[in-house]
Write a protein of this length. Structure first.
Length: 103
């Protein structure tokens, strides 16, 4: 995963692939997921991440057999978050005071 270049936020997958494939708008999808429209909109626009609870909601909604496994959504979120953190840490020297353990 470390070689991956700028993985997409999982909300982008929901916004550009899942909702159009299901023919759903944000409001209807939010209602089916049991969240308010603002909450789902934040995820779809990468202003909020996929939480473990949201991943479970997606799993129940889409079904594991149709690509909705909670682990997949969380892995996508983790890849996105880690890439963002690496970029921020590299540009801010946030890890400069951290030294590797001696063997």
């Amino acid at each position: 995963m470390s070689g991956m270049f700028n993985p997409p936020h999982p909300g982008l997958t929901l916004r550009e692939d899942v909702l159009p494939a299901l023919g759903l708008g944000v409001g209807e999808a939010a209602a089916q997921l049991g969240v308010d429209r603002v909450t789902l909109s934040k995820v779809l626009n990468a202003r909020a991440g996929i939480s473990p609870l949201m991943a479970l909601r997606l799993e129940r909604w889409l079904g594991r057999e149709r690509g909705g496994a909670a682990e997949v959504w969380l892995a996508q979120q983790a890849a996105y978050d880690l890439w963002q953190a690496r970029q921020a840490a590299g540009s801010q020297d946030a890890l400069a005071r951290v030294h590797a353990l001696a063997a």
